[in-house]
Design a protein around this ligand. Structure first.
Ligand SMILES: [Zn+2]
Length: 459
């Protein structure tokens, strides 16, 4: 070996020894500790307690300590308050109590909804908010029945239990951004509680960078008799095309699960929700916030919105015996991994535009980074792929400052016309933000309409 080679090898060795990639990023230890604290027994106790109130219908009684929706929210508030008492004021619990319009048939035109809201204030970037919630209200076969039994164990005591357990675990830590844990009311009456809260947050100018709706996350026994307990479905709306803020959040959920909960999967469903169904994430999507819905892989519809009866020997009704609490604990781990990663990370970069070079198949991305990043990385995928398939580190993309003070990175060999590209921020602890992407080119709504109502697509 000649001397120059020796020096090169020595330098390479020294660099390899000093690379932080040799050690797990601090975010891994932080998230790992949180995930290890998830307690399936607490999730079970929450579901059974909520079921024990008989019904949590919005029209059920509010004058009892043991029955009806009033007792349910008092109990939920007490649980959040007990967590808050351990945080030195970092967790604040409030009731969002509102008379809101209801358009459901046979229901009053206005109903009272009371969301239980626990806010874990961010330490350094409290204006940036992540929301997680399940709905504590329930119903039976008759949508307006406020007195009959409506146990709502899977739909949605399970999602409420996820939010409460995630709060208990994450409130033990501090995060740069704010995390809001919500038990929503009035979901079964047309997303009334989440609609009121999302609207109030939008009017107040709240910056919600992600909302995770947990709804129907407890049953793993399919109607075909098979067990489905190794993944959770993640639904996300897109107003047009295949990309949206919600899809970006969905991919961040999948990334967090792959990174921190490797033995449990997230299945991206590139659709806002199930056919003919809705959920609280929709309320946040409608206010322009990134939002997704987490739901079990295979629903058993005999457990949802049903009176507790047996018909021809088959049991109906949403009871705790159909809940798989170990499964709900895994969904909680995915939620915790996502929230801890995103609330630890800097905000996503701001992408100005992307263009394909005219002299070779390289994509140039122009973007701005937030102030407190350690770096960033670039991702891309073919337009037909559901999730990011390629990562390019910052050094390989060699960002240059532009005349206007922005950054221009070069993604070598990435043909923008066939791919979706994006960039995410990396924090000093190795945490990753959501990916920010440039606008899609096929915005038909910006083009002149023909008389026939179709759109012009060419010159
Ligand atoms: Zn539901």
């Amino acid at each position: 070996m000649n001397p120059r080679c020796c020096i090169a090898v020595a330098v390479a060795f020294a660099l390899a020894c000093s690379l932080p990639a040799q050690e797990p990023a601090p975010i891994r230890a932080k998230v790992g500790k949180a995930i290890a604290a998830v307690d399936p027994a607490r999730i079970e106790a929450t579901v059974r307690t909520l079921v024990g109130f008989g019904t949590r219908h919005v029209l059920s009684r509010t004058d009892s300590e043991t029955e009806g929706t009033g007792a349910a929210r008092k109990w939920l508030r007490a649980q959040f308050d007990a967590i808050a008492a351990t945080t030195g004021g970092r967790l604040q619990v409030t009731l969002h109590d509102e008379m809101a319009p209801c358009v459901r048939p046979n229901m009053p035109k206005e109903i009272r909804v009371v969301n239980v809201v626990a806010t874990l204030l961010g330490a350094s970037d409290p204006e940036r908010i992540y929301v997680v919630g399940g709905h504590y209200d329930s119903r039976n076969s008759t949508g307006e029945d406020g007195s009959g039994a409506a146990p709502g164990a899977v739909d949605d005591a399970s999602g409420t239990a996820v939010a409460l357990e995630a709060c208990r675990v994450l409130a033990a830590e501090s995060f740069p951004a704010t995390i809001v844990f919500v038990a929503f009311d009035g979901e079964e009456q047309g997303l009334v509680g989440s609609g009121a809260l999302a609207k109030a947050m939008a009017i107040a100018g709240k910056k919600v960078d992600g909302m995770l709706g947990c709804d129907i996350v407890g049953n793993t026994l399919g109607m075909d008799g098979a067990r489905y307990d190794r993944h959770v479905r993640c639904f996300s709306y897109a107003a047009s095309g295949s990309d949206s803020l919600g899809r970006s959040l969905a991919r961040a959920v999948a990334f967090a699960a792959r990174t921190h909960v490797p033995d449990f999967g997230v299945k991206l469903i590139l659709r806002g929700d199930r056919y003919g169904r809705g959920g609280d994430h929709r309320s946040f999507f409608e206010q322009g916030y990134p939002a997704v819905r987490l739901s079990e892989p295979r629903e058993d519809f005999s457990r949802q919105h049903q009176d507790v009866v047996a018909r021809e020997g088959k049991p109906y009704g949403d009871l705790p015996e159909w809940c798989d609490f170990a499964y709900t604990a895994n969904v909680t781990r995915v939620v915790i991994a996502t929230l801890a990663e995103l609330a630890s990370a800097p905000p996503p970069p701001r992408v100005i535009n992307a263009q394909l070079r005219r002299d070779r198949y390289d994509t140039e991305l122009v973007y701005e980074l937030p102030g407190n990043v350690a770096g960033c990385e670039f991702v891309w995928r073919e337009t037909t792929e559901a999730d990011w398939t390629h990562t390019i580190d910052m050094a390989a993309a060699a960002p240059q400052a532009t005349k206007s003070g922005r950054l221009l990175a070069t993604l070598k060999g990435v043909c923008l016309d066939d791919a979706v590209v994006g960039v995410r921020s990396i924090g000093a602890d190795g945490s990753r933000s959501r990916v920010a992407t440039p606008p899609e080119p096929d915005r038909f709504d910006q083009r002149p309409r023909t008389a026939a109502g179709s759109t012009e697509t060419g010159k």
